[in-house]
Design a binder for this molecule. Structure first.
Ligand code: BEZ
Length: 210
């Protein structure tokens, strides 16, 4: 069965462009993003891997380690890095797993045979410090991902892991958030003084800090 939210992220050891990595050791206490791309030396993938490299500081700020994977071998990833730099101005500054035997791809269900039976689709798994799956995204080969959205989701996941709040559609850090329905009005008054009741089930408050 496909991996679902709340499942344990399967651990693995794999060769990468930065040496052999065991997922859980690599992540330590950090958050993690494991993302697949279909194939090296392809146009959309080239733009994506450069886009992720440009966001390295943003992932670092969020205590999040990034790891890419495709079914190509490590040598191919390393050779392709120069093209990624030529095209996007940034070469990958995170490990890329070589997965020619599809070990990681199969563990994470990254090959969708009815889309393509040999290449990985564009999967994103956000893994929490507890090694549970917090988010999954699946895009087809023809559509490059928006990694600003991945950062936005990370901000929401990290905020909602700490506070009893949820984030509304299109929320951006600094904007008001929603008090979860698990919090009674009485508790809400204590924890979020001056909160706003839009509907009895929709109460908003400035984003908590800390
Ligand atoms: C691409 O990155 O452009 C791509 C990769 C595999 C299949 C189709 C497109």
């Amino acid at each position: 069965m496909a991996l679902q939210l709340g499942d344990d992220a399967p651990n693995f050891t794999a060769d990468t462009t930065e040496g052999t990595i065991t997922l859980y050791d690599y992540l330590g206490d950090s958050w993690g993003i494991l993302f697949s791309h279909p194939r090296d030396f392809t146009p959309v993938c080239t733009t994506e891997l450069g886009a992720v490299a440009k966001l390295k500081d943003e992932f670092d700020k969020r205590n999040t380690k990034v790891l890419a994977v495709s079914v190509d071998p490590v040598d191919s990833h390393s050779e392709w890095s120069q093209d990624i730099k030529d095209v996007t101005g940034s070469s990958p500054n995170y490990p890329i797993i070589g997965d020619p035997d599809r070990k990681v791809a199969d563990l994470y269900g990254m090959i969708h045979p009815n889309a393509n039976d040999t290449l990985t689709v564009r999967s994103v798994f956000v893994i929490g410090p507890d090694k549970k799956i917090k988010l999954t995204l699946t895009y087809p080969a023809s559509t490059g991902r928006n990694f600003d959205e991945v950062l936005r989701v990370l901000d929401s996941l990290q905020l909602t892991a700490k506070h009893q709040v949820a984030t509304p559609s299109d929320w951006r850090p600094g904007q008001d958030v929603i008090i979860t329905t698990a919090v009674s009005d009485e508790d809400a008054a204590q924890r979020f003084p001056g909160y706003t009741t839009v509907k009895p089930y929709l109460r908003t408050t400035p984003q908590p800090t800390g």
